[in-house]
Design a protein around this ligand. Structure first.
Ligand SMILES: CC(=O)N[C@H]1[C@@H](OP(=O)(O)OP(=O)(O)OC[C@H]2O[C@@H](n3ccc(=O)[nH]c3=O)[C@H](O)[C@@H]2O)O[C@H](CO)[C@@H](O)[C@@H]1O
Ligand SMILES: C=C(OP(=O)(O)O)C(=O)O
Length: 425
């Protein structure tokens, strides 16, 4: 297993190009199952997760080809057995979203219950309830979901989600586009990835309206066709590099292609903390002119502060003057980075879903372990500010969601490198 070595203290200066969003790309990839026409995605991030889902799609009979210029071509003109085995689904949550498209197009499917980051219980009851509301018969057996559409196919329905779920909203959309009649989804997630999925589905001939609001209406169509679609820039990668730029005084980075409006909650808090944020032609500029002041934060569904940036924010607050109270409201076990940050010298007390960070802490490099995707990058941010060397192990978590992280950061002056595992280490 590779590690990442960081020598802290260098301020970041330069441009970082933001890749396509992992969390959007994965659902867009699942959409290729809905049509016998080709789907070509551009601004595709090359990540462990997208490769894994590519393997699963290939197993389902899809032709999957990476093409030059960050493109991914997928063609599901014929599909094989609609079976998604445990080994290909356990590593990430988004692969579960092949279930809806498979029942919508093929009429039945067997898909393993999903894996993903170990940040809480993460049930899929809302996904299954939505598919059942569309008429699917669902049976759980030995870790698998066996699902079947009724003889005439899925039928539109009114579905009111009892809580906001990104994955369940997307899953319902992916199934309802081919259902007969109208589907109305209420209390939907409003994340930019949802609007991206709706845009792509509409480019494929679907009739989805209201994505990005709490109510989404879908007029089912009998067939979809191929399309070309550009993945939305990654707001989590954007926020992560913004906080990396703010970790060392003097940081000045242009986040190229970042969409300013997708990170409103983060920008408001960073400005309060003393970071300068400016929307510019072609991206967002982040500057850290002086010291940082502690601010409190609470995660919430979009447009609130994203849970996927909570770990990075905690790392930054360890460098800020004063106490910051961080409350995690989405996942019940998403503070595993706290003890690792403490190894670098951060003072963090965790009580239930609340963490109190008391800064500023003089961080010192140490060996630390990545426990999940966003936790691992919070250790990188802390390492950029720490004195001496920080060695982050288990970075396969990082490779799930950050494309060429070392290259992007070192091009801006960070002293960061990947250390390949050898017989000696
Ligand atoms: C691949 C992907 O896009 N992952 C993102 C997605 O995850 P994911 O789609 O899994 O997250 P959800 O929005 O569904 O989860 C929100 C909350 O709802 C709960 N819940 C969810 C579904 C369900 O059937 N039952 C249920 O109880 C979850 O346990 C959690 O407490 O949104 C999360 C919240 O923005 C992000 O952290 C993840 O990075
Ligand atoms: C938690 C994440 O991914 P997954 O939902 O696939 O575990 C993430 O993107 O931060």
């Amino acid at each position: 297993m590779d590690s990442i070595s960081i020598r802290g203290g260098s301020r970041l200066s330069g441009d970082i190009e933001i890749s396509g969003a992992k969390n959007s790309a994965l659902k867009l990839m699942a959409a290729c199952l809905l049509t016998d026409g080709p789907l070509e995605l551009s601004r595709m991030p090359r990540l462990a997760d997208t490769r894994f889902l590519g393997h699963l799609l290939a197993r389902l009979g899809v032709t999957v080809e990476e093409r030059a210029g960050a493109k991914l071509f997928m063609h599901a003109n014929t599909l094989g057995e609609p079976f998604a085995p445990y080994d290909l689904v356990r590593k990430m949550r988004a692969s579960f979203n092949v279930l809806g498209p498979l029942i919508a197009r093929v009429g039945h499917a067997k898909v393993s219950l999903p894996g993903g980051c170990a940040i809480g219980a993460r049930p899929v009851d809302l996904h299954l309830q939505a598919l059942e509301a569309l008429g699917a018969e669902i049976e759980l057996s030995e870790g698998y979901v066996n699902a079947k559409a009724p003889a005439g196919g899925l039928t539109g329905a009114r579905i009111v989600f009892p809580m906001v779920s990104v994955g369940a909203t997307e899953h319902a959309m992916l199934a309802a586009v081919l259902a007969k009649g109208e589907t109305v989804l209420e209390n939907c997630a409003r994340e930019p990835e949802i609007a991206d999925l709706a845009g792509c589905l509409n480019a494929m001939g679907a009739k989805v309206s209201g994505a990005g609001t709490a109510t989404i209406t879908i007029e089912g169509v009998s067939k979809l066709h191929g399309a070309d679609w550009a993945v939305v820039p990654d707001r989590i990668e954007t926020g992560t590099y913004a906080m990396a730029a703010a970790a060392v005084p003097g940081g000045d980075v242009l986040l190229k292609d970042a969409i300013f409006d997708h990170n409103g909650a983060l920008w408001a808090l960073l400005r309060k903390a003393g970071v300068e944020i400016q929307a510019e032609e072609g991206g967002v500029r982040v500057k850290r002119p002086g010291g940082l002041t502690a601010v409190d934060m609470q995660t919430a569904p979009f447009p609130g502060f994203p849970t996927d940036l909570q770990a990075q924010f905690m790392a930054l607050m360890s460098l800020a003057d004063g106490a910051s109270v961080i409350r995690e409201t989405i996942f019940e076990n998403r503070f595993m980075h706290a003890p690792e940050l403490s190894r670098l010298g951060a003072r963090i007390d965790v009580r239930g879903n609340e963490a109190v960070v008391r800064g500023p802490c003089a961080l010192k490099g140490a060996p630390v372990m990545a426990t999940d995707l966003r936790a691992s990058v919070s250790l990188v941010i802390a390492g950029l500010a720490a004195e001496g060397e920080t060695m982050v192990s288990r970075i396969y978590h990082l490779d799930r969601g950050f494309e060429r992280l070392e290259d992007k950061l070192s091009a801006c002056g960070a002293q960061i490198r990947r250390v390949a595992e050898t017989a000696e280490n």
